[in-house]
Design a binder for this molecule. Structure first.
Ligand SMILES: [Zn+2]
Length: 715
C-alpha cells in the first residue's frame, strides 16, 4: 500500500492532483479503487496576504483600544478575524524582525540580530520558498530599501518589488530610501491583477509610520501635531483601498484569502527616553498588532486572544490554515496559533520573547532580552526589570524588588528558551553579528596600520546597562541629527563631550568620520573611521567609510584591501562592490566595470550602478551600451544633469540627433548653468543645420564658461 499512497499525493507546483506515469500504469492494472480519489480535484488552497505595517504601535490601532480613529480599515478587518491582544515582536528592528517572521526562527538562532549584520544565511528556508514549492504564485512589495533583496529575504518570491524612484538614491542615503503606501498598494494591486490564477501569496510591506514622519495631505494638516499618527491614518486609508479592491474582485477574493496583518515593531515616541525603536525592549516597541482574517474555508471564529504570542508564530499558523506540509515546519521554533485560537493549545502557553543587540553591536553595552506573559513583562538587563501590563501599561514601575519570585520564574523560562533554540547543528549560533570579526579581517586591519587594541564586548566583561547610558545615547542621536542637517560644528562639540565620557565608544569616531566626509576632509575622515574600525573591527560601516576616505585620497591599494575584507565577510554586499567600482573608476575602468556588473547582478534595482556603468562606456567610446545603461538609469527615475548630458553624447555619436537634442535639453532643464550641455546642444543643432539655434547655445556656453569661447569662436 505504501507506494500507492505516495503516488496519490499531489505533485509539487500544483494545487491539484497530477498523476505520475507510474501511478497511472498501476491504476490501469486494475487498482481502480484508487482511481476516484486520485482524479478527485482538491479545492484550491486559500490565498495568503501578509501585510506588515512598519513601526506601528499596537496602542494606536482602534481595535487595540485607541480612540483617535486612525485605523477604520484595519479595525473592519479585525471584525472579520482574530485579534491577538498581545502580539510580541522578537526584535524591534525592521530587517531582523522580518527575517524572524518569514523564517519562523528566533534572531539569536538565525543570526540576523541587527541592521548592520549579515544577510540571512541560505541554510534557512523562508515561508515564500515553501509556498512557492506548493504551487503558490509568490510576490512581495516592500516599501523601504532596508528590506532590499540583497539581505536574502527575496528567496522564494517570484517577484520581489524593491524598485524605488532613482531620485531617492541621489538625495538620501540608502537606509532612508522609501516609498509611500499609495505607490506600494498600486504595485500590490498590479501584481494581483497580473496573477489571476490562484492560489497566491503576497507580502505587502508599508513603511509610512517609520521616521521621518511626513504624511501627505490631507493627513499632514489633519495631524500636524502628531505626524506619526498622520502616517498611520494615511497607511490605513491606502489599505482600505486594497481591501475594497479584494472585496470587489471576482472569485470572492477577499473571502478566499487568509489575511495576516501585523507590524515589525512599535515606536517609543519619547517613552523611557527613547525616541524611535531598537535601543530598548519595552512594550512601546515590542508590542505589535497581530490580526488574522481567516479564509472562509477555515473554521476559526472571530474573537480576541489575550495570551502573549510571538510574530514568529505567523509562519506556522499560515501553513496550518492552508494545509501545507513542508520541511520548513522542522525549522520553525514556535507553534501555530490555530490550537490556541480554538481553545486547545498544545501544552502550556510559553512566554513571548524579545531581544535587542543594537546597544551591544553599536555601542558595546549590554544586549537586552525579555519575555512576557499575558500579565507580566520581564526584562533581562544588568539591572533587571519587571512590569505588570494592566496596572502599569507605560512600564514605569519596576516591580523587581516586590515580585522577585515571578522574576526568577520568568528568568528561568527565558534561559530555557535560549537553551532550547539558540544552538543548531546547521545554523549559526547566538553570536551577535556586529561584534565579531574574522581573523582575516583583524589581520588586514593590522597590516593597514589599524591595530585592533580592544576587542569589543569581551564575552564575560560586565557590560553597561543601556538605561544607564541614556544621556550619552541621546547626545549621540542629537549629533546624528546635526550631521544630517549640516551643522557639523555642533555635531563635533556634542561628540567630543560624549567622547570624554566614553573614550572606547566606536560610534563616536565613526560619526566624527561621517562629519568629516560630509565636508570632504578625507584625511580627517580616514583617521576617525580608522579609529572606529580599530575599536570594533566587526563594525562594517566604519570599514566602508575608511575605504571611501582612502580611495578619495588616491590610496587605491589600501582602499581595495579594505573592501576585500568587507566582501570576504559578505560577498552579497553590493554597497561594497559599488564603492569598489567608484574607487577603481579613475585608474582601472575594467575593474570598475566588473564591480558594477556585480552590483547589478546582486541588486538590479539600484539605478546609480547603471548610470556609472553608462559613464564608463562614454569614456570608453562604446556609445550603444552607454545609451542603454544611461537610459535605463533615467527610466528608473535617476534623472540628473550628468545622466542626461552623457546620454545626449551617446545619441549624438549614434547619429540619433533628435534624441541627443532632447537629452541635452533635459540636462539643461536640471541645471541651466551647465555650460557643457549648452555646448553639446550647439554641436547637435549645427549638425542638424540649424545655425540660429546652434549659435544661441554656443553663446550661452561661452557666457557660462569663458574657457569654451575659443572652441566656438567663428562658428
Ligand atoms: Zn521596522
Amino acid at each position: 500500500m505504501r507506494p500507492l499512497v505516495k503516488i496519490c499525493q499531489p505533485e509539487k507546483h500544483s494545487g491539484q492532483f497530477v498523476l505520475s506515469s507510474l501511478g497511472c500504469a498501476l491504476l490501469l492494472l486494475g487498482l481502480a479503487l484508487f482511481l476516484g480519489s486520485c482524479r478527485q480535484k482538491k479545492p484550491p488552497r486559500p490565498n495568503i496576504l501578509i501585510i506588515t505595517v512598519d513601526t506601528l504601535r499596537a496602542d494606536r490601532v482602534g481595535c487595540y483600544g485607541y480612540a483617535g480613529g486612525l485605523t477604520p480599515n484595519v479595525d473592519a478587518l479585525a471584525k472579520d478575524g482574530v485579534v491577538f491582544e498581545r502580539g510580541v515582536a522578537q526584535v524591534p528592528l525592521t530587517w531582523p524582525s522580518h527575517a524572524a517572521i518569514f523564517t519562523g526562527t528566533y534572531p539569536f538562532h538565525n543570526g540576523v540580530q541587527d541592521f548592520t549584520g549579515q544577510p540571512l544565511s541560505d541554510r534557512f528556508r523562508t515561508l515564500a520558498e515553501s509556498l512557492k514549492d506548493h504551487g503558490y504564485a509568490t510576490g512581495a512589495v516592500v516599501s523601504s530599501f532596508v528590506l532590499d533583496r540583497s539581505w536574502g529575504l527575496a528567496r522564494g518570491f517570484e517577484s520581489y518589488d524593491d524598485a524605488f524612484a532613482g531620485q531617492e538614491f541621489l538625495v538620501k542615503n540608502l537606509g532612508l530610501v522609501e516609498r509611500r503606501a499609495e505607490e506600494s498598494v498600486n504595485h500590490a494591486v498590479g501584481w494581483l491583477e497580473a496573477h489571476p490564477n490562484q492560489p497566491f501569496f503576497l507580502w505587502l510591506h508599508l513603511y509610512d509610520p517609520h521616521s521621518p514622519y511626513n504624511p501627505p495631505e490631507p493627513f499632514r494638516s489633519q495631524y500636524a501635531k502628531q505626524p506619526y499618527e498622520g502616517e498611520i491614518a494615511y497607511a490605513d486609508s491606502q489599505l482600505g483601498r486594497l481591501f475594497t479592491w479584494l472585496k470587489q474582485a471576482p472569485n470572492s477574493l477577499y473571502d478566499n484569502t487568509l489575511i495576516v496583518f501585523l507590524s515589525d515593531h512599535g515606536e517609543s515616541l519619547g517613552e523611557h527616553g527613547e525616541r524611535e525603536h531598537g535601543f530598548f525592549v519595552y512594550d512601546s516597541t515590542v508590542r505589535v498588532p497581530v490580526i488574522l482574517k481567516p479564509p472562509k474555508s477555515a473554521s476559526l471564529a472571530a474573537q480576541r486572544v489575550a495570551d502573549a504570542i510571538e510574530t514568529i508564530q505567523v509562519g506556522p499558523t499560515v501553513l496550518e490554515l492552508v494545509g501545507v506540509q513542508d520541511p520548513i515546519q522542522k525549522q520553525f521554533q514556535a507553534a501555530s496559533l490555530v490550537p490556541l485560537v480554538n481553545g486547545k493549545p498544545h501544552g502550556p502557553v510559553r512566554p513571548a520573547y524579545s531581544e535587542t543587540f543594537y546597544p551591544a553591536n553599536s555601542f558595546g553595552w549590554s544586549p537586552l532580552r525579555s519575555v512576557q506573559t499575558a500579565r507580566y513583562h520581564y526584562i533581562e538587563a544588568p539591572e533587571q526589570e519587571l512590569y505588570e501590563h494592566q496596572a502599569d501599561p507605560s512600564e514605569n514601575n519596576n516591580l523587581i524588588a516586590k515580585n522577585a519570585d515571578i522574576a526568577t520564574s520568568l528568568h528561568a523560562q527565558l534561559n530555557q528558551l535560549l537553551a532550547n533554540y539558540a544552538a543548531s547543528a546547521t545554523a549559526p549560533g547566538g553570536v551577535a553579528s556586529g561584534t565579531s570579526a574574522s581573523p582575516d579581517v583583524l589581520e588586514k586591519l593590522r597590516s593597514l596600520g589599524y591595530v585592533a587594541y580592544r576587542a569589543p564586548a569581551a564575552p564575560n566583561a560586565k557590560l553597561a546597562d543601556p538605561k544607564d547610558k541614556l544621556p550619552v545615547f541621546q547626545d549621540i542621536l542629537r549629533a546624528t541629527d546635526q550631521i544630517q542637517t549640516g551643522n557639523f560644528s555642533a555635531a563635533r562639540s556634542l561628540l567630543s563631550s560624549a567622547q570624554r565620557k566614553e573614550p572606547q565608544l566606536y560610534l563616536i569616531p565613526f560619526l566624527l568620520g561621517e562629519a568629516a566626509s560630509h565636508e570632504a576632509q578625507w584625511k580627517e575622515a580616514e583617521e576617525q573611521f580608522g579609529r572606529a574600525a580599530a575599536l570594533n573591527p566587526g563594525f562594517e560601516q566604519a570599514r566602508m567609510g575608511l575605504a571611501r576616505a582612502l580611495g578619495l585620497q588616491g590610496k587605491t591599494a589600501q582602499a581595495r584591501d579594505m573592501i576585500a575584507t568587507l566582501l570576504t565577510t559578505n560577498p552579497q554586499n553590493f554597497r561594497a562592490w559599488f564603492l569598489l567600482a567608484q574607487i577603481e573608476s579613475k585608474d582601472d575602468p575594467r575593474s570598475s566595470r566588473q564591480a558594477l556588473d556585480k552590483v547589478i547582478s546582486i541588486q538590479p534595482n539600484f539605478p546609480p550602478a547603471y548610470r556609472d556603468r553608462g559613464l564608463l562606456s562614454v569614456r570608453e567610446q562604446t556609445y550603444v551600451s552607454g545609451a542603454e545603461d544611461l537610459s535605463r538609469a533615467a527610466e528608473m527615475g535617476l534623472r540628473d544633469v550628468t545622466t542626461y548630458n552623457s546620454l545626449g553624447i551617446c545619441y549624438s555619436r549614434m547619429n540619433r540627433l533628435d534624441d541627443a537634442i532632447e537629452s541635452y535639453r533635459r540636462a539643461i532643464a536640471f541645471d541651466p548653468g551647465y555650460a557643457q550641455a549648452h555646448l553639446n546642444l550647439g554641436f547637435a543643432y549645427e549638425r542638424m543645420n540649424q545655425p540660429e539655434m546652434s549659435k544661441k547655445e554656443y553663446a550661452e556656453a561661452c557666457r557660462l564658461d569663458r574657457g569654451i569661447c575659443p572652441l566656438v569662436a567663428g562658428r
